[in-house]
Design a protein around this ligand. Structure first.
Ligand code: KG4
Ligand code: ZN
Length: 345
């Protein structure tokens, strides 16, 4: 069965076609980064309006790329939350309208389930069970994943997400939006040992995270460097490198602790921060020493995209967890939505 999936939870419009047997057929993406850049962050109303304009041309592109037509689609999937309410409503309304017009079922998908299962789109593909480190702009969680729909929360951030720590630190350093990729690029030219920054909750003995103190430490450092007239390109690159190292160290230590406490040997890293090369290199180097292995989504599918939503729906269909008989196209979106709510235990 071919599933057409829509993602519109934030600032990327994503559409994809996935076959439950053959996997990803085609996907298309439009990023709104350039549009939001002038504002230093996502403007929700602009995001919603742009999704409306992009979604139909992207869908046509996916059909052309996959060599299929609307009549080949067997089910429709869409991100139902969490995310920006207005943005989510666009994808949900388009998906439900498409499904209604063709007499198809529509499958609401949890955005984080999309990220969580996206490493299964890569080769090699991890077997269940595994530990998942979910690191996006809005979430930082360690989960135990025993199968599709079987998610147990092991730990999470008590304040800022890892992506937010990247974004907010980048803003304090005068880098553009989104800060994560900009800070990571600058960090590549810096000396991560010049400035020492805190590793919050590194020794807390649990699997929770906290990143708000790190952001404050970065702010204090920028202010003192400015005062002493040392805030130059070198200092900026060195501080970017130190910030990235601090975030990676904490994520890595907690992920390894989660592997040890569960006894599992597979770590899946997903979400936008999973695109970070320093984080990837760290796991690729450190995990084999523990006889463990790290798995990542294909780089292009780390940040938000439609492929992961259509793919998560396909996994649900294959696991018998999607209601394909349902034809009631009344819908709602859930801007706040706990992943534990969809877990079947
Ligand atoms: O998963 P995602 O696309 O959106 C959410 O669901 O939040 O993640 C976006 C986050 C942003 O905070 C962005 O700065 C961060 O992922 N990010 C990165 C990198 N690429 C994206 N952070 C660090 N290094 C990167 N290369
Ligand atoms: Zn995301």
């Amino acid at each position: 069965m071919i599933i057409l999936g829509f993602e519109s939870s934030c600032d990327e419009t994503g559409v994809a076609a996935v076959c439950t047997q053959r996997g990803l057929l085609a996907h298309a993406l439009h990023s709104q980064i350039a549009m939001h850049q002038d504002y230093g962050g996502v403007v929700p109303e602009l995001a919603s309006r742009d999704h409306i304009q992009r979604v139909v041309p992207l869908t046509r592109g996916v059909f052309a790329q996959a060599g299929i037509g609307a009549g080949d689609v067997g089910a429709v999937a869409y991100t139902a939350g969490p995310g920006l309410a207005g943005a989510l409503l666009v994808g949900a309304a388009v998906a439900q309208a498409f499904a209604w017009s063709r007499g198809l079922p529509a499958i609401p998908i949890h955005h984080l389930e999309g990220h969580l299962l996206s490493p299964l789109l890569a080769d090699p593909r991890p077997d269940f069970p595994f530990v998942a480190l979910l690191v996006s702009g809005g979430h930082t969680q360690l989960m135990r994943v025993d199968g599709v729909g079987r998610y147990t929360l092991l730990g999470e951030t008590l304040d800022d997400a890892a992506g937010e720590a990247f974004d907010k630190s980048a803003k304090l350093m005068g880098l553009g939006y989104p800060g994560g990729p900009a800070l990571a690029a600058l960090a590549g030219q810096g000396d991560e040992k010049r400035f020492s920054l805190p590793r919050p909750m590194l020794h807390s003995g649990d699997l929770d995270f906290s990143f708000s103190g790190l952001k404050t430490a970065v702010l204090t450092r920028v202010q003192s460097l400015r005062k002493s007239d040392e805030w130059d390109d070198r200092a900026r690159a060195d501080l970017a490198a130190a910030t990235q190292a601090a975030i990676v160290d904490v994520l890595a230590a907690k992920a390894v602790a989660a592997l040890k406490s569960t006894g599992l040997k597979r770590l899946v890293v997903a979400g936008g921060v999973g695109a970070n090369q320093r984080l990837r290199a760290h796991f690729d180097h450190a995990l084999p020493k523990l006889r463990a292995q790290a798995y990542f989504p294909p780089l292009a599918l780390c940040t938000d995209n439609g492929a992961m939503i259509a793919f998560a729906a396909a996994q649900r269909v294959n696991a018998g967890l999607a209601d394909l008989s349902q034809r009631d196209h009344a819908f709602t979106v859930r801007p706040r939505w706990d992943l534990a709510d969809i877990s079947i235990g």
